[in-house]
Design a protein around this ligand. Structure first.
Ligand SMILES: [Zn+2]
Length: 347
């Protein structure tokens, strides 16, 4: 069976890539047969731009990091997983002895090896060897497609955790892409009474509004701060979650924020952006940043299983593995209304 290989910027191929035969199995590792893989903005960016910041594709690399699958082999010291278990996987493997990991911040361990981040291969391929510690068993009522959404959902849950959502908070999520929508769902699950979601794509906003007590704001037609102030009696929102990665949106996060509010920057910024320290200061705003996530995969799986969060409406398109190259062309064209596209591997 083949793998989806990014040969170089703009060039993808489905071809045999003998990586599995080279992968050693440690005593606490499991081998997983991949089932469903989500296409992430970062995968698409590597395809269209050949790199993200310091991570540049210099040799052929297999794409994909949002995955679910089935355990097909377990190392001799594995205790929590068995052959045949359905699982999802955390794509970053930190160095267990690094200072950041020992302090619990394994996601910001500078030595973390993360799937489909050069030079580490991703998982659009038949099987992968992965540590038991970063592999999570799925309850029967969580599908492979939902399980492949746990990775992006983890970003939203980590952001809601950083925001320290209190029951009844009102939040604004800037950006209605996959990360914006999982962040809105996470904010609601964490206790927000209402979430505003802003974007310029009416179809994504319509989808957002169907997910719960979510008020859409189209910033191409409406003034974001005015709408928020109007809806909150001039007070503003307790939490702003910036998921757009737009420099303009990110530099305006304090305008709709209430006194004592919190801002979490989630969307990546390629370049430096200006923001008003004065506006942050008069609000005593607390500003947080997230980089991926830590310690939240089991929480995400539990919320999908209990129904506290439903990610199914976010999966707008599914491709067969042999259509992978086409799937990436579609994703790169960013058709309006599409949120999460996934690829299903043959079983
Ligand atoms: Zn992702």
């Amino acid at each position: 069976m083949k793998s989806l290989v990014l040969e170089e910027k703009g060039k993808l191929s489905l071809r045999d890539y003998p990586i599995e035969r080279e992968e050693p199995m440690g005593p606490r590792d499991v081998r997983i047969k991949l089932h469903t893989v989500g296409i992430c903005g970062s995968d698409v960016h590597y395809y269209t731009h050949g790199g993200i910041g310091v991570f540049q594709v210099k040799a052929p690399m297999i794409l994909g990091h949002e995955a679910s699958g089935t355990v097909v082999e377990v190392g001799p010291e594995v205790t929590t997983l068995n052959e045949g278990d359905r699982v999802c996987m955390e794509p970053g493997i930190p160095d267990p002895n690094s200072r950041a990991t020992r302090m619990g911040m394994y996601n910001i361990d500078p030595a973390v090896r993360f799937w489909a981040t050069p030079p580490v291969h991703g998982i659009l391929r038949p099987t992968v060897v992965h540590p038991e510690a970063f592999t999570f068993k799925l309850p029967d009522n969580v599908s492979f497609a939902e399980a492949a959404m746990v990775e992006p959902l983890a970003v939203g849950v980590h952001a809601a955790t950083k925001a320290q959502v209190k029951p009844g908070d009102i939040a604004l999520v800037i950006g209605a892409g996959p990360i914006g929508l999982v962040t809105a769902l996470s904010a609601l699950a964490a206790g927000c009474a209402r979430v505003f979601v802003s974007d310029i794509d009416d179809r994504k906003l319509e989808l957002a509004a169907s997910l719960g007590p979510i008020t859409p704001i189209n910033v191409a037609k409406q003034d974001l701060t005015q709408e928020i102030l109007k809806a909150t009696d001039g007070w503003g929102v307790e939490i702003v979650l910036e998921c757009s990665g737009s420099p303009k949106a990110a530099s305006g996060v304090f305008d709709p924020l209430c006194p004592g509010g919190r801002v979490v920057f989630i969307g990546s910024q390629v370049h430096d952006i200006p923001y008003s320290v004065g506006k942050a200061m008069v609000r005593e705003a607390r500003v947080e940043h997230v980089f991926r996530y830590a310690h939240v995969f089991p929480r995400c799986v539990a919320m999908l299983s209990s129904g506290a969060i439903d990610v199914k409406p976010l999966i707008t398109r599914t491709f067969a593995f042999d259509e992978s190259v086409h799937a990436f062309e579609v994703a790169a064209a960013a058709p309006p209304g599409e949120v999460k596209m996934q690829i299903e591997l043959p079983q």
